[in-house]
Design a binder for this molecule. Structure first.
Ligand code: SF4
Length: 92
């Protein structure tokens, strides 16, 4: 199970950095290819709002097309909507 976005776990990343998703991983990603319940997702999104990496995390999730879990304060559904919007706005 992923407990933090890979950019926080990359070689050279500060292993001491504590993020809410490292502390309560199952709220964010309860398992591989499983989304959290709406209740847990709402709680996780609230915790993301206190995370200093929220913007970077959201960009990572959008760039990598992360399909499950809460990342950067968004659910998978919300990220798909953001990607659709971006696709439309970049189409000209
Ligand atoms: S924004 Fe949320 S999912 Fe991303 S690192 Fe922070 S707590 Fe984890």
């Amino acid at each position: 199970m992923i407990s933090a976005p890979p950019f926080l776990m990359a070689p050279g990343a500060d292993a001491a950095v504590v993020t809410p998703c490292r502390e309560a991983a199952t709220l964010f990603q309860p398992g591989e290819r499983i989304d959290p319940s709406p209740r847990d997702a709402g709680h996780a999104k609230g915790l993301c709002n206190s995370c200093p990496f929220i913007a970077e995390c959201l960009e990572w999730a959008l760039d990598t097309g992360e399909l499950y879990g809460v990342w950067g304060g968004t659910t998978a559904y919300e990220r798909r909507a953001l990607l659709r919007k971006r696709g439309k706005s970049s189409a000209g």
